[in-house]
Ligand binder design. Structure first.
Ligand SMILES: *[C@@H]1O[C@H](CO)[C@@H](O)[C@H](O)[C@H]1NC(C)=O
Ligand SMILES: *[C@@H]1O[C@H](CO)[C@@H](O)[C@H](O)[C@H]1NC(C)=O
Ligand SMILES: *[C@@H]1O[C@H](CO)[C@@H](O)[C@H](O)[C@H]1NC(C)=O
Ligand SMILES: *[C@@H]1O[C@H](CO)[C@@H](O)[C@H](O)[C@H]1NC(C)=O
Length: 449
């Protein structure tokens, strides 16, 4: 049980931080949103040794994209095409175990000043954590939600057609993470026309890897913020769960019939960044008007067309699909592990039907069912951590057979495209690999898969 004393302490911390900080920003390195950076199209910040990308210390170097596969992006086209070239022709490329927008950080799984310490953490089911560990997890999230990101800002505009309206604003660490999902999901604009249902993180082969990277980003940011290298995002094993058994006040919180989360639980005060509107021609227009954001809410088990969670058998059947993805590499792909996992295809591989990942979003309802802003509910973390566990089981099961990321025609989803909107460039094809290469593994839970 969470005592009322703890609640009081938590609320005071939150109120203090709310007054002490301004909220809202985007996944743009703050130092690269200066007028000079945009004019020179360069995002090669100085590291501690005062050289761009830490080049004097051998951490990385500033590379020109123009020299490689230059495609010209006209103004009336989407700013995310051929990421990150609309904004920057020059970005850091980091050597060895170094990473980060200025090569000041380490690749996932590496730690220490010289990034020479490899460490493999275990992600566990939330109910496997002790009460103390659960509370530490919720405290870290509260801190991430209320601590302004020093490194990143977020993009905001009510009119995507006009670049002069684009603003870069502050956001908390957690909200930067939420914004990345939102930004990647906006319809793609070509010649001032929006292509509905096309985006950079879903409905194609990029889905499992993009979300893996998104969680790794937050996990790493929380490790840096708390100096707790052991921190991992837990998962929620939802197989055949009856009615969100983790929606208790000790864990994710209970809710009333309107979906309001119980004030005596952890997330009742959370507000959803980029909520309120969802027009194609905007990017999070009220990113800095906290009072206009709606509250995170949830209505598990009340949506008639999502009557149950996916079952043990559904997961087992999904894992039997041995093709990572199949033509045409969108939400109509049949016998595609990716499309069944994402949930446009039933686990038998043969019929297009809501299932798996999509079904859980809809089953939980409220903020979780508004997919672009769904990561405002920390439920998203636990859900996607489990989706990643299923992805990992698939990788392990078919190890040996070719696990190549397919060539495809979905915009931004090619094997060598940079995952949008991450810095530095992470190639889409690089995430179909064992999770221990990225510094984590999953615990064994409930008989497993
Ligand atoms: C990366 O880290 C490993 C230790 O896990 C170390 O052996 C290796 O030398 C490092 N690589 C570079 C290029 O520093
Ligand atoms: C966009 O419009 C220009 C000029 O009308 C045209 O040349 C170009 O092919 C169009 N591009 C796309 C992707 O439709
Ligand atoms: C889940 O619980 C809610 C709230 O108690 C209830 O309204 C709903 O009918 C339940 N759904 C299922 C599928 O059991
Ligand atoms: C999926 O791809 C096929 C083949 O290119 C196309 O006909 C279909 O419209 C696409 N579906 C969606 C929803 O994009």
């Amino acid at each position: 049980m969470v005592s009322s004393k703890d609640q009081d302490v938590m609320f005071s911390i939150v109120i203090f931080l709310a007054f002490g900080l301004c909220f809202v920003d985007s996944q743009f390195p703050r130092v690269c949103t200066s007028e000079a950076s945009f004019r020179t199209k360069t995002c090669c910040p100085l590291w501690k040794d005062k050289s761009p990308c830490g080049s004097l210390s051998g951490r990385g170097k500033c590379i020109a994209w123009a020299a490689s596969t230059a495609k010209k992006i006209p103004q009336y086209n989407d700013d995310r095409l051929d990421w990150p070239r609309h904004y920057y022709e020059n970005t850091c490329e980091c050597f060895g175990n170094y990473s980060g927008f200025n090569c000041g950080d380490c690749k996932f799984g590496y730690h220490g000043e010289k990034c020479d310490r490899k460490k493999i953490n275990i992600r566990r089911e939330i109910r496997e954590l002790s009460a103390l560990e659960q509370r530490r997890f919720f405290s870290y999230l509260a801190l991430a939600k209320t601590t302004k990101s020093q490194d990143f800002v977020v993009l905001s505009t009510g009119d995507r057609h006009h670049r002069e309206t684009y603003r870069f604003v502050d956001a908390s660490l957690y909200d930067v993470f939420v914004w990345m999902h939102y930004y990647s999901m906006k319809p793609i604009m070509i010649n001032s026309t929006f292509i509905p249902e096309k985006n950079f993180a879903h409905q194609g082969p990029v889905f499992p890897g993009w979300h893996r990277l998104n969680l790794l980003f937050l996990e790493r940011q929380i490790q840096l913020m708390t100096r707790d290298e052991d921190f991992t995002i837990p998962y929620y094993d939802w197989r055949s769960d009856k009615n969100c058994s983790i929606c208790t006040d000790e864990l994710l919180g209970t809710n009333d019939e309107q979906g309001v989360i119980n004030p005596y639980s952890y997330f009742s005060f959370w507000r959803a960044i980029c909520s309120g509107f969802n027009f194609p021609d905007e990017y999070c227009p009220l990113a800095d008007s906290e009072y206009k954001m709606e509250r995170v809410h949830r209505k598990p088990g009340t949506t008639p067309y999502a009557p149950n969670m996916p079952t043990f058998q559904d997961v087992e059947n999904t894992l039997k699909l041995k093709n990572f993805d199949t033509p045409p590499y969108n939400e109509t792909s049949l016998y595609s592990f990716r499309n069944a996992l994402e949930g446009f295809l039933s686990p038998d591989g043969a019929t297009l039907k809501r299932s798996m990942h999509n079904l859980v979003h809809i089953y939980i309802g409220g903020t979780m069912s508004q997919i672009p802003i769904s990561s405002n509910d920390p439920f998203f973390l636990l859900h996607h951590s489990f989706v990643d566990k299923i992805f990992e089981s698939w990788i392990v099961r078919y190890n040996g057979s070719p696990m190549t990321y397919p060539e495809n025609n979905e915009i931004g989803q090619g094997p060598n495209d940079c995952a949008t909107p991450f810095f530095p460039c992470y190639k889409n094809k690089d995430f179909i690999s064992r999770s221990e290469e990225l510094g984590y593994q999953f615990s064994t839970y409930a008989g497993d898969m």
